[in-house]
Each structure stands twice: as C-alpha cells, then as structure tokens.
Design a protein around this ligand. Structure first.
Ligand SMILES: [Fe+2]
Ligand SMILES: [Fe+2]
Length: 375
C-alpha cells in the first residue's frame, strides 16, 4: 500500500499537510461560547468479571492511589508571580521561540523589546490555556473510558485518572485566573481533535486519541516548560502534573498493546489513520493563530513563515518525542506497508522512534524523584 495524497484529503481534509489556506480556513473558536455539545456514540459496558486479570494495570492503579496530591494544599499559591519578569527571564534563557530574521516584510521584523515581551506573555497565556482545555478533554475522555472499556482492571485505573484530570483542570484554570489574569479560547484544531475522540464509538479510539496522542504530546510539552521555567509555582505545578501524566500515557500504551496485537490489517489501518489525523491536528494548533491576531499581525502573512522557522520546527518536532516511540511499541508504525512511518517521516518526527516508550518510563516520573529530561 502506498501513501497517496487522496489519503490526506479524506483523513485531514487537505492533500498537502502544509496547505496554509486550508489550515487557516478553520475559523478561530468563538470566545463567547459557554457550552459545547458533542455526541458520545459509545456503549456503556458493565463487566461481571471482577478477577485481577491484568496485573500491569492493577500496578498502575496502586501507584495512582498513593500518588494523589491536593492542588489546594500542595502547591505554593501564595507565590507572587510577576508575569513580565518571569517571561523575560525565560526568554533570556531559551529565546522567544522565534527567529526574527525569518519574518522579513511582516510587522514582526520591526518589533522592539517591549513587543517581544508582550508576545512572550501572550504566548505563555495561550499555551497554558490550551493545556487547560486539553485537560478538560482528558477529563471527559477518561470518564468515558470508565464506562466503555470492558475490563475491570482498566475501569478501576481510569477512575483514578478522572480525579487526576479534575486536578489538572483545576491547577491550570487557577494559575491562569490568579497569576496571568486572562485566558484564550480553545484552539479550533485542538477542539476538532477532542470532538473526534469523544465522538468515536470504539473504546480503543478514546485511548489512542487521548492517552497516546494528546497526553503523549502534553507530557513532552510539560516537560519542556518545566525544564526551562524559573517561575517556582509553575515549575512545581508542572512537576506534579507530569507525575500523573506519565501514568496516563502508560495506561494507554499498556492497554492498547493487548488490543492491537490481534487486530487485522484493515482494523489497524483505521487506527493508523486516526493517529495521523491526531498528529496533524496537534501540529496545526502550533501556529498560534489567536496570538498573532491579538498582536495585530496579519495571520496569513506570518503563518507560512512560522512553518519555515527552524527554531519552531526543532521545538515542535520535539513534542512528538513521546508519541512516536509509543506508536512504535503499539505496532502502529509499520503495519500496512509502513503507512504511519511514512506519514511521520513526512512530518519530520520519525527520528524519535527508538526513544524510550512510556510503558515503563512512567516510574521515573514519580514524585520525590527528579523529573527526567523532557527531550
Ligand atoms: Fe492531565
Ligand atoms: Fe492526563
């Protein structure tokens, strides 16, 4: 089976993954919308088999019970956060994430220090807002898994993840409200992905979309921010969230390994396509359309340059450092004539295939140990 651009058209709605017009044709989400309704098409399944049949999941469950923390009392919320100061310090350490020489002919070319700082503050606000919305996606998806997964051990474990995700929404929402004083609406590409995951009737697709793809990316992104930020509250918050998040990704990998080892080629192709679609949606949101708009920069002019910016490309590909090895462990890369491998090659992220997968790595993230390097 060879990869054709027709595949792209059907799966992600455009033939070329870098088609800027198609990416920008998705309107930004209405910031005034209060509720968003998605049809959940899945069956709720009871099981009468209460035996311990999946020890790896039961071990995770035991880890989760002792790994609980209280966002209200375990984090130093009285920390005084000077947003401009902390963003300026972080920028001094790792740069702005943007190479200004790429943006010739756009307003970015003429930005002064004050505008670069403003961009940094808006970006921080935008990134943490997307973390928050993604966490709510994880909350809903994992509550769905409690109902839909047929295995007793998985239902027990998933119930602990629901509590974890509630805590994650809580900490990001509180940080944005109390320390940054504002937030962004959900990015449309992220929202489309969450809609697709919730909408799918097959229980393993919730795992694949959320635990493997969204949470795999989140674990890498949290790790990166945790490593570079000097803001003590945010640093500790991210460290605590990562200790949970690594378990969540492990839950996805350990569960799906069992399922995917016995799927037919046709069934696997569906999963490969879903993983590819999720990877593209996650990548599309990196364009940060909403931030450029708020900075008064013409989005259509600047986004093609963002795609070419080597600083961004390196950083963005790093965010796939957990997803790719986990997909490999699940057998998703090479089935159907290496279909997903070719897609990841095209996206420039295949180099992570032999990095450590999260099936065991989660133990390194436990609180009390130093967090492993993000990337
Ligand atoms: Fe989470
Ligand atoms: Fe999670």
């Amino acid at each position: 089976m060879t990869v054709t651009h027709n595949d792209n058209e059907t799966i992600i709605g455009r033939a070329e993954i870098n088609d800027i017009d198609a990416i920008l044709a998705i309107p930004t989400h209405d910031p005034n919308e209060i509720a968003h309704i998605v049809k959940n098409n899945a069956d709720s399944i009871f099981t009468w088999d209460y035996s311990l049949s999946r020890p790896a999941l039961r071990k995770l469950y035991e880890k989760a019970k002792v790994g609980q923390w209280n966002a209200t009392t375990d984090l130093p919320w009285d920390t005084d956060v000077d947003v401009e100061k902390t963003v300026a310090e972080d920028q001094a350490l790792i740069g702005t994430g943007i190479d200004p020489t790429i943006y010739i002919g756009t307003p970015v070319e003429k930005w002064d220090d004050k505008q670069w700082l403003e961009f940094g503050v808006e970006s921080r606000n935008w990134i943490l807002s997307q973390f928050m919305h993604g966490e709510q996606g994880a909350l809903l998806c994992t509550a769905k898994i409690v109902e839909t997964v047929p295995w007793y051990d998985a239902k027990l474990y998933a119930s602990t993840q629901v509590v974890d995700e509630a805590r994650h929404v809580e900490v990001f929402a509180r940080y944005l409200e109390e320390k940054l004083g504002g937030r962004y609406q959900i990015n449309s590409h992220l929202r489309m992905l969450l809609d697709d995951i919730v909408n799918d009737s097959r229980w393993d697709m919730t795992y694949l979309g959320m635990q493997v793809m969204v949470e795999g990316l989140a674990l890498a992104a949290f790790g990166f921010m945790h490593q570079f930020t000097g803001e003590p509250l945010l640093k500790k918050l991210l460290r605590y969230v990562m200790s949970d998040e690594a378990r969540h990704v492990a839950f996805g990998v350990l569960s799906l390994q069992e399922v995917y080892s016995s799927l037919t080629d046709v069934e696997m192709k569906d999963r490969q396509e879903f993983a590819f679609e999720a990877a593209i949606r996650l990548r599309d949101r990196f364009m940060q359309q909403e931030v450029w708009e708020r900075m008064g920069v013409p989005v259509r002019d600047v986004v093609p340059l963002v795609l070419q910016d080597p600083t961004r490309t390196v950083f963005q590909s790093m965010l796939f450092s957990k997803i790719v090895p986990n997909c490999k462990k699940l057998g998703l890369l090479d089935r159907n004539d290496k279909w997903l491998r070719h897609r990841f090659e095209e996206m420039g992220v295949i180099q992570f295939e032999d990095w450590e997968d999260t099936g065991e790595e989660y133990l390194k993230f436990e609180l009390g140990d130093e967090a492993p390097a993000a990337v």
